[in-house]
Design a protein around this ligand. Sequence first.
Ligand SMILES: [Zn+2]
Length: 263
Amino acid sequence: MNRRSFAQSVGGAIALSALSGSSVAEQSLSGGAAGRIMAIAAHPGDGLFTMGAVLAQQIERGGTAALLSLSLGEKGAPKDIQVPQYGEMQRAATEKANHLLGVESIFFAYPDAEIPFNEEITLAVSDSIRQYKPDVVITHWSGSWHKDHKNCHLIVRDAVFYAALATLARSRPAHSVAKIYYADNWEDASNFAPDTYLDIEAIYEKWLQACDFYPMWRGQTGFFRYNDYYSALAIMRGCLSGYQHAVALMSDPEQRMSRPRSL
Ligand SMILES: [Zn+2]
């Protein structure tokens, strides 16, 4: 993949949508018809805490959403719980949380902290995109200290390109994702510059309930106060955007072209 090919893949879909004036993705994120969103996260906690509210909001509006977790995040196990057992706890929490929100769960279960960046996983994610056919994909921003998050970012960008490449023969036909957004994650904060704010007021409390299925949300597995951070972040983002509670997203730099006939 190169930069130009990626831009043609993603930007091309946007340009077509702009020309037709009926972009499902654009409408979904700006008040029109709801669409299909797919979140792709390195670990389930990232999926629910940083992307879950966006998925829940889309479902609340009549759309559909899926969360693909590349690993179970099992190596975040506290001292008194074995790693495999913690992985199953993470899976169970994810299934409960997604069930509450109406989100479809997809698990790849690559080893936590060892998510590779290679053709095998990229094609697997691409196949999943071709199967689910999302209008919008949300994933990690690249500015992360965590190797799994950085690899997830790279995997998803290439997977979106592969998914749209009609000449790449796979078991399912090609599918073009209209837009990619990056999530507001405390571990992916380097150069994160949000430009899209979503009103999540209608599902804020439900999303908090979903997150509460995870022991880590309540600070039971480590030092970081996830519940305080992400519940307060929604308030802070709401202050900046004029909503009571909001989620901030960063659009992919390749898709920021606008086409006004005049200013
Ligand atoms: Zn993570």
